[in-house]
Write a protein that binds this ligand. Structure first.
Ligand SMILES: *Cc1c(COP(=O)(O)O)cnc(C)c1O
Length: 330
């Protein structure tokens, strides 16, 4: 796929590692588990949004924007990384914070919230969960225009046909690494949240004719509402290459959200501890802990054969681990 037709900024030196996890694979007794370390991407503390922001910031700059506006939950990795990209490019960044769990926004909270204040967002607008965040961002944009500046709105999670290109690029990076290592990949497993990661990987592996299935684990919605979000984003992204993406290849797995988005579950706690104790890799409680719990569940259900190679995409999020440390109390 010709990604070079789209403008891109670079926020990571080289590639993120694609590592084999021998102790974890042995412990689970299923397929060979590999991990794509996108928690080690560039910008403050890394994570999957960095790949999307490479294309989003380039698009903003091509359009002459000089101010960023985005939205996210109280511990949003996306808000932290958008602010980080803004700092790096010398742009002010306004945040709309959605309080998805009532009463959860505290200005002195640790984790990502602390990093918002450390890097210094230009403004914070806190709205209740379920609000129309696009409307709230449009209102901020109007104020920014009145100040004589040019705003660029980045949707939640950076998941649109621009940001999603970052995960088309990731699919190509993984294919090149697998070729280098002589590794035959049988499955890719990722988190399915705002959708850009899942959709971009699905488009990238399909568009390069690899036939590698991408399995997205839901972390906030049931499949009935999550899958259409992925299909729409994948279609729009593939259309930018003049391709007609086949929706029927999109696979979502539900059952690992627990009591709700960002809330604890025993499966998540088990998954985060297992990864830390066997491979010394830090997952997060909101996204990767739940999606890895989903992978453990699929292994226990016998989805994969012995000897198959499964690549788990580590999308980052470790700053939130410290904020949610009570989830791991003995
Ligand atoms: C945003 C995020 C995800 C979900 O990725 P989407 O592209 O929004 O689906 C997964 N993991 C972490 C750590 C994230 O911050």
């Amino acid at each position: 796929m010709n990604l070079s037709q789209f403008p891109r900024r670079r926020y990571t030196e080289g590639q993120t590692p694609l590592e084999f996890l021998p102790r974890l694979s042995k412990e689970l007794g299923g397929p060979n588990i590999w991990i794509k370390r996108d928690d080690m991407l560039g910008l403050a503390a890394g994570g999957n949004k960095t790949r999307k922001l490479e294309f989003l910031l380039a698009d903003a700059m091509a359009k002459g924007a000089d101010t960023l506006i985005t939205c996210g939950a109280v511990q949003s990795n996306h808000a932290r990384l958008t602010l980080a990209a803004a700092c790096k490019e010398g742009f002010p960044c306004h945040l709309v914070i959605e309080e998805r769990v009532p009463g959860s926004y505290k200005t002195d909270a640790t984790g990502n919230n602390f990093l918002f204040h450390l890097m210094g967002a230009a403004s914070y607008t806190v709205v209740p969960g379920g609000s129309n965040t696009m409307e709230a961002m449009e209102k901020v944009a109007e104020k920014v225009r009145q100040q004589g500046r040019k705003p660029y709105i980045i949707p939640g999670g950076g998941s649109n046909e621009v940001g999603t290109l970052g995960y088309v690029a990731c699919a190509e990076e993984i294919m090149a690494q697998a070729f280098d290592k002589g590794l035959k990949i049988d499955y890719v497993v990722c988190t399915s949240g705002s959708g850009g990661t899942h959709a971009g990987l699905a488009v990238g592996f399909w568009g390069n004719n690899t036939k590698i299935p991408v399995i997205g684990i839901n972390i906030s919605r049931p499949t009935e509402t999550q899958r259409p979000i992925i299909c729409k984003d994948a279609k729009a992204t593939a259309a930018r290459f003049g391709l007609d993406f086949p929706e029927e290849i999109v696979e979502n797995v539900e059952g690992y959200v627990g009591p709700g988005y960002s809330l604890s579950s025993p499966e998540m706690v088990e998954a985060v501890k297992l990864m830390a104790q066997t491979e010394a890799i830090l997952l997060d409680p909101v996204y990767t802990g739940k999606s890895f719990a989903g992978l453990i569940g699929l292994i226990r259900q016998g989805r994969f054969k012995q000897g198959e190679n499964v690549v788990f995409i580590h999308t980052g999020g470790s700053p939130a681990l410290y904020h949610y440390k009570d989830y791991f109390a003995e």
